[in-house]
Design a protein around this ligand. Structure first.
Ligand code: 5AD
Ligand code: SF4
Length: 471
């Protein structure tokens, strides 16, 4: 169904070439979707531009996971009003999670918008652009896979290949995101994702393997598998029934030419020693697990509908550290979930102190429409959330710095991914445990594996010198 529509859209838009600008907010899945859409539009005869001033079509790919993300998007959207006034023929579209959540009401608040499409309807965008030319306002929301997850006819080189390691000025993209499963069935009580990205849908294994091979043929060295919950991956095509995430990961790691393989995000209720053993068995899989804890208090975890206890989480950490030496561990935490007491929060701090994560993503709880948590009493004042977040960072900053200091003098095998934007003459790479490391070096080395000795560190980064090239 998606490919039919995509095909028709491609033909109808070929006639007029337009310059388009896409800005991406939010998660890696959005980045992968934007890269795919960009490829689609180029295939349809349009041209990409990095300059919104010269664009005839401006598209924002949006995130609704926290209220702050929505507010930021709305500010950016308001900033386009003068441009639209100056150039009424400018086409402005919103895609992704905010239109999926807010739907047509957006046209009332932002009359300068031309089209809206949910994350599952990106294949309709070429057609929406074409139909927006007469000033119409159009919205498409229905539940099916986004184009890069359905269509065997999708652009061979257009999808999946995105930064953080985008080769600049014609350089090679050595890093790519590869979505393997979209949507989420977990319905954590705070989370809007099941309402914006719909139910879980796994891509056929064969299609994923083919895409990984295509990426490698195009010069990609690092692939990051994406899914809201990668551990729920389950092959659905009859032929290969039974393939779950550990098996899929093992098969991709076995393809030749993949120097590094990563994945995110995992769910603590679904990870198992089977997965950890696959990681341990393949030297090209990053020794890194991102395992969101959210809270260290059992009563809060229950109210969050997370499906595990703090003891279960600790047990998984113990197992994974035993099976994978040198593992880096990161996590997500929410502070100030409704009803969170000082005692609950202290339980979160003690899991953090005990586990010693390499780093965290920590957020203040944010009410989201349609979620169960929105209806809960016991909302925590903003000031308390801020205080708790500050206390959390004070603890974690110390742990992160200490962990990084432990690497000083050690040697890692580093995949060089891109030139540093901030430090000319430096390359950004990742060690075997996916920690980022800056190394002085020539851009020609991007894509190669080198031995790097860590010479200094700060809380966020390692700095090193190249010893020798290994691949
Ligand atoms: N408020 C705060 N943080 C949230 N997250 C998801 N929903 C919310 C919310 N309503 C966080 C979780 C998740 C990460 C991607 O975003 O920690 O793991
Ligand atoms: Fe949201 Fe929970 Fe699904 Fe993650 S697992 S996307 S937090 S509902």
């Amino acid at each position: 169904m998606g490919e039919e529509k995509g095909g028709i859209a491609t033909r109808t838009t070929l006639a007029i070439t337009m310059k388009f600008f896409i800005r991406t907010f939010g998660c890696q899945m959005n980045q992968a979707d934007s890269a795919c859409l960009s490829g689609r539009l180029i295939e349809a005869g349009h041209q990409n531009t990095e300059d919104p001033e010269e664009a005839q079509v401006i598209i924002f790919n949006t995130c609704s996971v926290r209220q702050h993300a929505e507010e930021r998007l709305f500010q950016n959207l308001n900033a386009l009003r003068p441009l639209k006034k100056k150039r009424p023929e400018l086409i402005i579209g919103l895609i992704g999670c905010i239109p999926a959540l807010r739907r047509e009401t957006l046209f009332r608040s932002f009359p300068h918008l031309n089209f809206l499409a949910g994350p599952e309807n990106l294949d309709t965008v070429p057609d929406l652009i074409s139909r927006s030319k007469n000033g119409a306002q159009i919205a498409v929301f229905d539940s099916k896979l986004p184009p890069h997850l359905t269509s065997p006819t999708r652009g061979k080189e257009s999808c999946g290949v995105v930064s953080p390691a985008r080769g600049e000025e014609g350089g090679v993209n050595v890093s790519a995101f590869l979505p393997i499963i979209t949507g989420c069935d977990n319905f954590c009580s705070y989370c809007v994702v099941p309402f914006t990205r719909g139910r879980e849908k796994s891509r056929p294994t064969g299609e994923i393997l083919e895409e990984a091979e295509r990426m490698v043929a195009n010069g990609v060295k690092e692939i990051i598998l994406l899914g809201q919950n990668v551990n729920s991956y389950q092959e659905t095509a009859n032929k290969n029934k039974g393939i779950g995430f550990p098996e899929l990961l093992s098969r991709i790691a076995g393809l030749s030419g993949i120097l590094r393989l990563g994945f995110m995000t995992s769910h603590p209720k679904d990870v198992s020693p089977k997965l950890f053993k696959v990681i341990a068995a393949h030297s090209n899989i990053y020794r890194h697990l991102h395992l969101p804890l959210q809270s260290g208090s059992d009563s809060i975890l229950k109210a969050m509908h997370r499906g595990y206890t703090a003891a279960h989480y600790r047990q998984r950490i113990k197992e994974v550290r035993e099976i994978i030496p040198g593992l880096a561990l990161t996590s997500d935490i929410i502070v100030g979930f409704p009803g969170e007491t000082e005692d609950d929060f202290k339980k979160t701090l003690s899991v953090i102190a005990e586990t010693k994560f390499d780093d965290l993503f920590a957020f203040k709880y944010s009410d989201r429409p349609k979620t169960k948590a929105e209806e809960l009493g016991g909302k925590i004042p903003e000031k308390t959330k801020e205080d708790r977040l500050a206390r959390l960072w004070k603890l974690q900053d110390g742990i992160s710095l200490k962990k990084n200091l432990e690497t000083k003098g050690k040697t890692f095998e580093v995949l060089l991914l891109t030139e540093s934007r901030k430090r000319p003459g430096f390359l950004l790479g990742k060690a075997e445990n996916e920690k980022k490391i800056l190394v002085p070096g020539n851009a020609k080395l991007v894509g190669s594996l080198i031995q790097v000795q860590v010479t200094s560190v700060d809380r966020r980064l390692l700095y090193g010198v190249a010893l020798e090239q290994t691949a």
